[in-house]
Design a binder for this molecule. Structure first.
Ligand SMILES: Nc1ncnc2c1ncn2[C@@H]1O[C@H](COP(=O)(O)OP(=O)(O)OP(=O)(O)O)[C@@H](O)[C@H]1O
Ligand SMILES: [Mg+2]
Length: 501
């Protein structure tokens, strides 16, 4: 396993106002899983886009198996034996799963016709490998985020590459899919494939990675074996200081007196079954469960994004009709969606327009939009959320994945909502910024706002929730108070063991 398969030397890349990569050296060995770590905006995705021919105007040299390669397009990267699972999904929504996987490689029969039978069979085979039980003809737009991620993985596998880059593949997956992904990674490794693995979940690094490289502000800070570094060491390398305050801020004890929202007997055919619960003023209610348990569906239904078949919602004791997200907003609700790219951001708009869009009234002077007020408002959130950008005029499209997520959060904070639904709020966010987001959640609670937080990260649910409800197959299976919360207790309800079903 000692053969160096990939060597990137003195890689540099600049964007207007940003030196994204500055003389970065990166080396990976054959058959190893190599972690690439760093804060949001550190340059991880940029470095991997260079390796995969997506960025072509870079400085520096790339060697594969000791031979200098000229990677100047995604095809040349594939020819050099490299493929990538992108952080931002790269699938065409209107095409089927099979068409997406074999896009640009739709091979034909001798008669020059496309051989759909072969393509569907090969797709089935690949889907089986990643444990996805869907019809290859399914349109990508009908898939959940986790399923899209698995299709991305299947697509990368289909190239039979020697080096596979996985840019935050785990962010959208929970337990089962993750276990499956790790199995795939071990298989690849035993076949001598090198995996470059990007993730903000530190525990994964210790579970599957052999070596690690840490980037900070576009520079390589450290490369070593995972055995030689601990959690604190990684955090210190990433943020440039030790996090003495720990990973979660202290939470004040909250008195759960006043009910702000009541959901009674909510039903949505085949998705939600007779859901009833209460949310208190000043409470963080954790919504736990496995992917597919119906958590996202529940908040979408309450928010009016999906139609409900029956049930009632009361706010401050009064029955309200929420037919669409506009009604929800009018009733003081905000939804931070899981799928930020599809639903959270207008990518072509600047950071400041994305933030102010939720409440234009707040930046109007005498009925006219004030650019000045808009910039000032945006500056507050860029600062508060540590959004890494040369200016708030930057298009959302040009931000790193984690920084896009922060803009979505800023946007909903700006709207001054009373009830916030946060669907995986810290997905893809680095440890330092996560801490900031938890502090902001605490502040919101202090102001008397209420939060429903969906999270698949157990430690996060446990550390941040005042109460936890656990869903399984569209139903609430249990409620756990802060004092009794443990990963075992949550899992017990989430997988619905016979004792309590
Ligand atoms: N197309 C672009 N135009 C301008 N700046 C860009 C562009 N793409 C990336 N950047 C900037 O380059 C820097 C590195 O971004 P990159 O996406 O590599 O970060 P990352 O380490 O992958 O972060 P994350 O963990 O948030 O995904 C960031 O400051 C980002 O804003
Ligand atoms: Mg990235």
């Amino acid at each position: 396993m000692n053969e160096v398969i990939l060597k990137m030397v003195e890689i540099g890349k600049s964007y207007p106002g940003v030196r994204a990569l500055d003389h970065v050296d990166f080396e990976a060995k054959k058959g190893e899983v190599h972690a690439l770590m760093g804060e949001n905006g550190a340059g991880k995705s940029t470095l991997m886009k260079v390796l995969n021919g997506v960025i072509t105007d870079y400085e520096g040299e790339i060697f594969i198996k000791g031979k200098k390669v000229n990677i100047c397009s995604p095809t040349s990267a594939q020819n050099a034996g490299v493929s990538i699972i992108f952080q931002e999904f790269n699938l065409v929504n209107t095409l089927s799963v099979a068409e997406n996987i074999f896009l640009g490689r739709l091979y034909g029969t001798k008669a020059g016709l496309i051989s759909w039978v072969d393509i569907f069979n090969n797709t089935k085979e690949l889907l089986k490998k990643v444990g996805l039980d869907i019809d290859p003809k399914t349109k990508v737009k009908d898939l959940s985020v986790a399923e899209k991620q698995m299709v991305e993985i299947a697509k990368a596998l289909s190239y039979n590459s020697e080096i596979i880059v996985m840019d935050e593949p785990s962010a959208t997956l929970t337990k089962n899919e993750l276990d499956n992904l790790f199995k795939i990674i071990f298989d690849l490794k035993s076949n001598g494939v090198t995996v470059i693995y990007i993730s903000h979940r530190l525990e994964e690094i210790f579970e599957i990675c052999d070596s690690i490289t840490i980037l900070r502000d576009g520079r390589s800070i450290k490369t070593c074996s995972v055995k030689e570094i601990d959690r604190e060491g990684i955090i210190e390398g990433m943020v440039g200081r030790s996090m003495e305050e720990g990973e979660y801020p202290e939470r004040p004890t909250v008195k759960l007196n006043e009910v702000i929202m009541e959901v009674n007997n909510l039903n949505r055919k085949n998705v939600l079954k007779d859901i009833s619960f209460r949310l208190h003023k000043g409470e963080i209610l954790g919504l736990a469960g496995l992917v597919g348990a119906g958590r996202t569906e529940l908040v979408r239904a309450i928010f009016g994004a999906d139609k409900i078949d029956s049930g009632e919602i009361k706010i401050k004791g009064k029955k309200v009709k929420i037919k669409n997200p506009i009604d929800a907003k009018r009733n003081g609700m905000a939804l931070l969606t899981e799928d930020r790219k599809q639903q959270g951001l207008v990518l072509k708009f600047s950071i400041k327009s994305n933030i102010s869009i939720t409440k234009l009234k707040k930046i109007c002077k005498k009925g006219l939009l004030s650019k000045d007020m808009e910039s000032k408002a945006a500056a507050i959130y860029v600062d508060k959320l540590l959004i890494k950008t040369p200016s708030s005029k930057q298009k959302a499209l040009n931000l790193s994945g984690g920084n896009q997520q922060k803009v979505v959060i800023g946007k909903w904070l700006f709207a001054d909502s009373e009830i916030l639904f946060l669907d995986e709020p810290t997905r893809g966010i680095d440890v330092g910024a996560k801490y900031e987001i938890y502090c902001i959640m605490n502040e919101l609670i202090k102001e008397g706002k209420s939060i429903i937080m969906i999270s698949s990260e157990m430690p996060e649910v446990i550390a941040m929730s005042d109460r936890i409800i656990v869903m399984h197959e569209g139903q609430i299976k249990g409620e756990i108070s802060k004092d009794c919360a443990s990963p075992e207790k949550i899992m017990e309800y989430a997988i619905c063991t016979p004792e309590n079903s």
